[in-house]
Design a protein around this ligand. Sequence first.
Ligand code: SF4
Length: 59
Amino acid sequence: MPAKVDENLCSGCGLCEETCPEVFQLDDNGISRVIGDCEDADCCEEAAENCPEGAITIE
Ligand code: SF4
């Protein structure tokens, strides 16, 4: 169940990093990157659901 961020949708709001820093981290361009395994983090689905741009998918 890896998480994916659509960089074309991500606005860089930082909410996913705030909610789940084990999995999401903003890169130097202010776009969220997946840095961890979604399965290991209880916060991952919450972060995906709360993304205001719908940029996070969990497969
Ligand atoms: S919550 Fe969504 S829009 Fe905001 S930084 Fe994360 S992926 Fe990007």
